[in-house]
Design a protein around this ligand. Structure first.
Ligand code: WQD
Length: 340
């Protein structure tokens, strides 16, 4: 079976390619290298011993997408990661986000419809829930007005897929990720944020390695046990494996509706301070940090109810936040060795 992974050189995409290859799938990666680099291909090959097919392609180029599907006529399933995903950047550059994230999705779906392709997995996000009324969050929780153009492209994306799946019988699943962290235990692939990391864990590891002076903890005055905000941090390998499970549900026609949605998290919340303390403990390292004012747009607490994924997909996160923090640190140290 041959699976197309768009954005397959990215953080979650690359880990998913590894899990697909481990299960014997042939993988074709499309990536435009706007937020990734070709070295990731070598990292994947070091782990699995197999080099995926790779096409340097920008999915916003409608003709290029058409040509791709002329060339690869034996695609059995598609996992679509390719998108811009920086919340703050999307607020400054909304049109780039709408053009990139929506056009790419539409052009892929148009090809699926044209060629009768089935089995589509979409990278969605817990950002669609905004600031939830109740916790933990189930898939039935109301969708709140998006807090950023990025989050809006995920909401709109889900609606585009729902309507397309219903009209053209394209079996689809949207996976709503919570907070992906960590790296592959081998240290050959991991998170490669460009510039100053927006996300917590890469900022933590870059502070620990000395690339950043100190971590700012954005607010300790939230209505949470230790005052810092709570998130559901999921190991990227667990998240990657959930994509293979979801894809196989479609390949084996086990889906109950044309379009299904699943929360992918651990079901457990951890505060920023708990992450910092766990990182120090598992890696036996002291972290420089200070408390600063809240970051605009942050919600106090978000974590997943994963009952549906457990019941319907038979999937549950197995790795812990501590495992992820150990693997994230191992990866940061390997990155430093590479630069030497
Ligand atoms: C986590 C917590 C910050 C940095 C992300 C993605 C979003 C979506 C969900 C994909 C918050 C705090 C952070 C720092 C800090 N994923 N923090 N100091 O905001 O939950 O959103 O996951 O769709 O796209 O951005 O993750 O890692 O930015 O923040 O105190 O230097 O850590 O305030 O409470 P977030 P994050």
């Amino acid at each position: 079976m041959k699976i197309l992974v768009t954005g397959g050189l990215g953080f979650i995409g690359s880990h998913t390619v590894v899990e697909l290859q481990n299960k014997g799938y042939e993988v074709v990666i499309i990536d435009n290298l706007s937020n990734s680099n070709l070295e990731v291909l070598e990292g994947i090959e070091k782990i699995t011993g197999k080099k995926p097919f790779f096409e340097l392609l920008d999915l916003k180029e409608k003709e290029a997408v058409e040509n791709f599907f002329e060339k690869y006529t034996d695609i059995d399933g598609i996992i679509h990661f390719a998108a811009s995903k920086a919340v703050n950047e999307s607020i400054e550059r909304p049109l780039m986000y709408y053009e990139n994230n929506i056009h790419s999705l539409v052009y892929i779906l148009q090809q699926m419809k044209k060629r009768g392709l089935q089995n589509f997995i979409f990278s969605s996000s817990c950002t669609v829930y905004g600031d939830p009324d109740t916790l933990p969050i189930t898939e039935e929780a109301p969708i709140k007005p998006a807090l950023s153009p990025y989050g809006n492209t995920k909401q709109i994306g889900e609606e585009i897929i729902r309507d397309t799946s219903n009209a053209h019988k394209i079996k689809s699943i949207a996976l709503r990720y919570f907070n992906p962290i960590g790296a592959h235990p081998t240290g050959y692939i991991g998170e490669l944020p460009k510039g100053v990391p927006q996300n917590l864990v890469p900022f933590v590891t870059q502070t620990a390695i000395g690339k950043r002076k100190e971590l700012s903890i954005f607010g300790d005055d939230y209505d949470t046990p230790d005052g810092t905000a709570i998130r559901d941090y999921i190991h990227v390998v667990d998240l990657a494996q959930s994509h293979v499970v979801a894809l196989e549900r479609l390949l084996q026609n086990k889906n109950k509706e044309d379009f299904e949605i699943f929360n992918i998290g651990t079901g457990r919340g951890s505060s920023v301070m708990e992450i910092v303390k766990a990182f120090e403990k598992v890696n036996d390292i002291k972290l420089n940090y200070k408390i600063t004012p809240r970051r605009a747009g942050d919600v106090p607490a978000v974590w997943a109810d994963t009952t549906k994924a457990e019941k319907e997909l038979g999937w549950k996160a197995r790795l812990t936040m501590e495992d992820a923090l150990k693997d994230a640190w191992n990866w940061e140290k390997k990155l430093k060795q590479k630069i030497k």
